[in-house]
Design a protein around this ligand. Structure first.
Ligand code: NAD
Ligand code: DAU
Length: 342
């Protein structure tokens, strides 16, 4: 199969490309990426070396630009398109929502329309559990839970889901939507909780925990998510939505303490700071539909997966240092100044 992946230089996209190339001997992957601050070709340096120009092709482009998208589809003629490309960080969406509207909403619409126009046979839209809103202490999100996004990021992702569903209902275009919980693993941009806290701890700097630290996320190893996406691509029913989760609900403070413990660092580094505005309290996923229809089950235990991930960041300190550019540090500084006023 020829698969065009958007956003393949990001965290999950790069893991997905490696996952497919390593598990299947014939699939060809085309990586269509705009290379925003989060897109890093170094995430695929090994893949480029082994498969570049053969089973792997990189194509620079913006999903919100119809000419770029059409040119790539016409050149590479994929059988399937998987849309990982997005602005993905909630704090950034609070800081400035416009890039989220442009890529996550306009970009998804442009991509859907171009794929429909050219008769692409399969389209997978990568979505998130955040479209469902926030849970109290009990219960889990199912695919029937009404969408109730509460941050600019999740509102933009929910909009993309509605557009994707509309293509299925209006035109019979075979879209599958996947909604996954919080991923962790190698190559995650260090603005996200786990690599961010790792980096702070390495540098013996404060670990800023938002609010009371009791917000809960359901953590899934990125390889388990990649397997879920592969199953949705190859076995999912057209028009269906599938939830994926890791069966690993943990509070943020538990995760932060565990990282410090693995690294042999003191909990004195923890600082409770002002909460994220509109901070969702708890996410938990019921993925029984994906288990039943796709045979999906997470294989990594969180404790072991986290220890391996911390080791990966320790072993790849060069990767982490080069990714932390001036632009990234500028955002972090602006964000901490601005959030005090929110
Ligand atoms: P990321 O921020 O690490 O990577 C995003 C990638 O998309 C980058 O390579 C970037 O260059 C590219 N990109 C951004 N705008 C683009 C555009 N206009 N055109 C082409 N490429 C563009 O994101 P991630 O964490 O890997 O998330 C990937 C997808 O998975 C997103 O759709 C996100 O909403 C979803 N998701 C993420 C998580 C998570 O925990 N990270 C969980 C569930 C769902
Ligand atoms: O749930 C899936 C979503 O998970 C994805 O759709 C998003 O793309 C991804 O970014 C992630 O969103 P979160 O907001 O849950 O991830 P983040 O890593 O930003 O934060 C995880 C939790 O940790 C959240 O409750 C906020 C908290 N946090 C985060 C940072 C960066 C802190 O307490 N301190 C921090 O410095």
């Amino acid at each position: 199969m020829r698969i065009l992946v958007t956003g393949g230089c990001g965290f999950i996209g790069s893991n997905f490309i490696r996952f497919v190339l390593e598990q299947n001997s014939s699939d060809v992957l085309i990586n269509f990426d705009k290379l925003t601050y989060a897109g890093n070709p170094a995430n695929l340096a090994d893949v480029e070396k082994i498969y570049g120009g053969g089973r792997y092709h990189f194509c620079l482009g913006d999903i919100a630009d119809r000419e770029h998208v059409l040119a790539a589809l016409e050149e590479y003629k994929p059988d399937a398109v998987i849309n990982f490309a997005a602005e993905s960080h909630v704090d950034r969406s609070i800081h400035d929502a416009m890039p989220f509207i442009n890529t996550n909403i306009v970009g998804t619409q442009v991509l859907l329309q171009a794929c429909f126009d050219l008769g692409i046979q399969r389209f997978v839209q990568i979505s998130t559990d955040e479209v469902y809103g926030s849970l109290g202490p009990e219960g889990k999100f199912t695919e029937q839970t009404p969408l109730d996004p509460r941050s600019p990021y999740s509102a933009s992702k929910a909009s993309a889901d509605f557009l994707a569903s509309a293509f299925w209902h209006t035109h019979g275009f075979p879209v599958v939507i996947t909604r996954c919980s919080n991923n962790y693993g190698p190559y995650q941009f260090p603005e996200k909780l786990i690599p961010f806290m790792f980096r702070q701890a390495v540098n013996n700097e404060a670990l800023p925990v938002y609010g009371d630290g009791l917000n809960v996320r359901d953590w899934i190893h990125v390889k388990d998510h990649c397997r879920g996406v592969w199953l949705a691509l190859t076995k999912g029913a057209p028009g269906a939505v599938y939830n994926f989760g890791g069966d690993a609900e943990r509070s943020n403070i538990e995760v932060v303490r565990r990282i410090l413990q693995i690294m042999g660092k003191s909990e004195d580094l923890i600082r409770y700071v002002k909460d994220r505005p509109g901070h969702d309290r708890r996410y938990a996923m019921d993925f029984s539909l994906a288990a039943r229809e796709l045979g999906f089950a997470p294989e990594h235990s969180f404790e072991q997966g986290l220890a391996e991930t911390v080791k990966w960041y320790q072993d790849n300190s060069e990767w982490l240092d080069t990714i932390v550019s001036g632009a990234y540090l500028e955002f972090i500084n602006q964000w901490y100044t601005k959030r005090e006023r929110l």
